[in-house]
Design a protein around this ligand. Structure first.
Ligand code: FMN
Length: 303
């Protein structure tokens, strides 16, 4: 069964992508998971400079998901290119770099640096991190910042440009249009939702900040709706990301319009889940005598 999908100039052997921040740089999973079976992996978010991230605790499990406040801890672009990329290259999987800036110019600098690193097949422009004070999601809720950042990355990086949107907006089609008009090849819909978890004994947050990014099973229906809205309006290339655990989650995202899927929180529960889902999807399509293309964006079509 052919599961190949095209995202910009990048041809993925299958639509399952490890989501940024939930799979390290892939190399940490040796012996626990099989990244060579994935369509691609997205590395942890990187800035120009190394970052120490937010105060701990950084993770709190809730009944239906996970709240995180990692704050994009990372090694900086020099270490990424010199130390980490050569290790990622050994994994035999397409690598995507998740880029983050404190200014528009920083996004441009990162894209320029990565353009000469041929092992990086695509950049995912993160304008949606909920765990930073002054950049991240602040850029992502402002359509003109989304446009400016996408434009500078587009003019600095010659391969695939993906823009990762925040769901924490009134109408995501506004930010989606800004990114598409500025030259994004694809959109990741979406990053985490802003949430809160309270320690009732201490009457303070269960993570190191008041709010964090909420991911996992609970967000699937609400992120799925955003994928559908954007696909219906623009018919663009979308990577669905939010609460995918089971085959039927994947099918719902494809039917709503997603062409590929990023799986995050589920990797902490079962690092072999992505490879299993790939097999289950192939079997489903074979049994139903369907191609993946026929499924994508098929919401409302008669069966
Ligand atoms: C611990 C953790 C760290 C994350 N770090 C990043 C990151 O560095 N960059 C980014 O764009 N998204 C980050 N995300 C968001 C995920 O990539 C993903 O889009 C989101 O969690 C929704 O998918 P899920 O419900 O399958 O986890 C992170 C999520 C978690 C749970």
């Amino acid at each position: 069964m052919n599961l190949n999908v095209q995202i910009g100039s990048m041809s993925l052997p299958n639509p399952f992508i490890a989501a940024s921040g939930t799979y390290g740089y892939g190399v940490e999973w040796e012996g626990l998971s099989t990244p060579d079976e994935f369509g691609a992996i997205v590395g942890k978010g990187i800035f120009i400079e190394p970052k120490t991230g937010n105060p701990s605790p950084r993770l709190a499990e809730t009944s239906c998901g996970l709240i995180n406040s990692i704050g994009l801890e990372g090694p900086g672009i020099d270490n990424f290119i010199n130390e980490i990329v050569p290790q990622m290259k050994q994994l035999d999987v397409l690598c995507i770099a998740n880029i983050n800036g404190d200014s528009v110019a920083e996004y441009g600098d990162l894209a320029r640096r990565l353009d000469s690193v041929e092992e990086i097949a695509a950049v995912e422009v993160n304008v949606s991190c909920p765990n930073l004070e002054s950049s991240g999601m602040t850029f992502g809720i402002n359509a003109s910042s989304v446009s400016e950042i996408t434009k500078i990355v587009r003019s600095s990086f010659t391969r695939t440009v993906i823009v990762k949107l925040t769901p924490n907006v009134t109408d995501i089609r506004v930010q989606a249009k800004a990114a598409l008009d500025a030259g994004a090849d694809a959109l990741t819909i979406a990053n985490t939702w802003v949430g809160m978890a309270i320690d009732v004994h201490k009457r303070t947050s269960r993570i190191g900040r008041d709010f964090g990014g909420y991911s996992g099973a609970a967000i699937k229906p609400i992120t799925l709706k955003l994928v559908y809205e954007v696909y219906k309006e623009f018919g663009c290339t979308i990577i669905g990301s939010g609460g995918i655990y089971e085959l039927f989650d994947c099918l719902e995202y494809f039917i709503a319009g997603a062409r590929a899927l990023m799986l995050g929180t589920v990797n902490f529960i079962d690092p072999m889940r992505m490879a299993a889902l790939k097999k289950e999807l192939a079997e489903f399509l074979e049994n139903e005598k369907l191609s993946l293309d026929e499924l994508i964006g098929s919401y409302g079509s008669s069966v």
